[in-house]
Design a protein around this ligand. Structure first.
Ligand SMILES: *Cc1c(COP(=O)(O)O)cnc(C)c1O
Length: 340
């Protein structure tokens, strides 16, 4: 058993792709695999997504696109984030499409998507220039498809108005939340990230939208201690035993992506839910055990019903940030893929 083992279930990714494709109907599913596939492993997720019918891969940076190109020689790849004039030649060599979201000149040697700001107030043009030949897509990004239907409908309306004159250009607007909840946003293609990984864009139970979590995170109990009344564990003596208490030390911490603000969340120890107590250290978390357990008892930090959404709620953040913050690579962790 590794001290920190991440296992990607590509069957689950394929299942989530099928769920999204059923919802999307005629619209294409584009798989968003930026930030190393939200911490899940971009190349493996991309392969599973393409296998199951996603038609395009979307990333944030040209370097991410180049790495994917090495793994996927033929896939259509779009860089959604900003790029500079110095990156156009590299994009052309890697056969990658770029996104233009500012008034800077539009590169003419690569296919380009124009990004319109319809209310996100971040990247995006305030008005669409008339499209040249190499404009292959028009897009916008929704600010609150997970929470605010009024504003989402307004953004959809603005996008439809702005693009109505160009029926031959591919229009794409929806993220995962919109793909699942707003038929009017589906258009020609939906750019789905979080739902591919089986994580709910709404922060609730992914099963409600027939999504299956694709990542497991496992470790083991490395030490077992019995605290007596008044004994504490960890920095700052944040947990003090109010009765004799068995504590298991798990050798992962915030350097592995188990954030300091995840104290109080649950993990599975030997299959039972146990609470993380005390201060999370760089390389250790303490778990309150139901009794004396053996060193080496398996610990599941994600998977088997332990959801990234739960950890996010405890940490007062979103599940996206939990999974993107995982340290899944050697020398701290091992990665495995199942369902191939
Ligand atoms: C990250 C991103 C997406 C995917 O969003 P999810 O909520 O993960 O589905 C879609 N479009 C753009 C422009 C993005 O940056």
């Amino acid at each position: 058993m590794a001290r920190s083992l991440f296992t990607l279930d590509v069957d689950a990714v394929r299942h989530n792709v099928r769920t999204l494709r059923d919802v999307l109907g005629e619209a294409e599913l584009w798989a968003v695999v930026k930030a190393d596939g939200y911490g899940h492993g971009a190349a493996d997720v991309a392969r599973a997504a393409l296998d199951a019918g996603a038609t395009t891969l979307c990333v944030a940076t040209l370097d991410e696109a180049k790495a994917l190109r090495r793994a996927h020689g033929h896939a259509r790849i779009i860089v959604m984030g900003p790029t500079g004039p110095g990156e156009v030649a590299g994009a052309k060599r890697a056969r990658v499409e770029l996104t233009v979201a500012t008034d800077a000149p539009i590169p003419d040697s690569v296919p380009v998507h124009l990004k319109l700001d319809t209310g996100m107030g971040r990247w995006g043009l305030s008005e669409l220039p008339s499209p040249d030949r190499n404009i292959v897509g028009m897009m916008s990004h929704l600010a609150s498809a997970d929470v605010d239907s009024g504003f989402t409908r307004e953004q959809i309306r603005r996008f439809l108005d702005a693009t109505a004159a160009y029926p031959d250009i591919t229009r794409h607007l929806a993220n995962s939340a919109a793909a699942l909840r707003y038929p009017a946003a589906r258009l020609d293609a939906a750019r789905c990230g979080i739902a591919l990984y089986g994580i709910s864009p709404f922060g609730g139970d992914p099963a409600a939208d027939d999504l299956r979590p694709a990542l497991r995170w496992e470790s083991e109990v490395a030490q077992v201690r019995r605290l007596l009344l008044g004994d504490s564990t960890g920095y700052g003596r944040r947990f003090v035993a109010e009765r004799p208490t068995w504590i298991g030390l798990v050798p992962v911490g915030y350097a592995d992506g188990f954030r300091r603000d995840m104290t109080g969340t649950d993990v599975l120890v030997g299959g039972d839910r146990c609470r993380v107590v005390g201060t999370v250290s760089m390389d250790a978390v303490a778990v309150e055990l139901p009794g004396e357990l053996a060193v080496g008892t398996p610990v599941t930090l994600l998977g088997d019903g332990i959801l990234a959404e739960e950890h996010a709620r405890i940490a007062d953040t979103i599940a996206y940030e939990i999974v993107c913050g995982l340290n899944t690579r050697a020398p701290r962790a091992r990665r495995d893929v199942i369902g191939v």
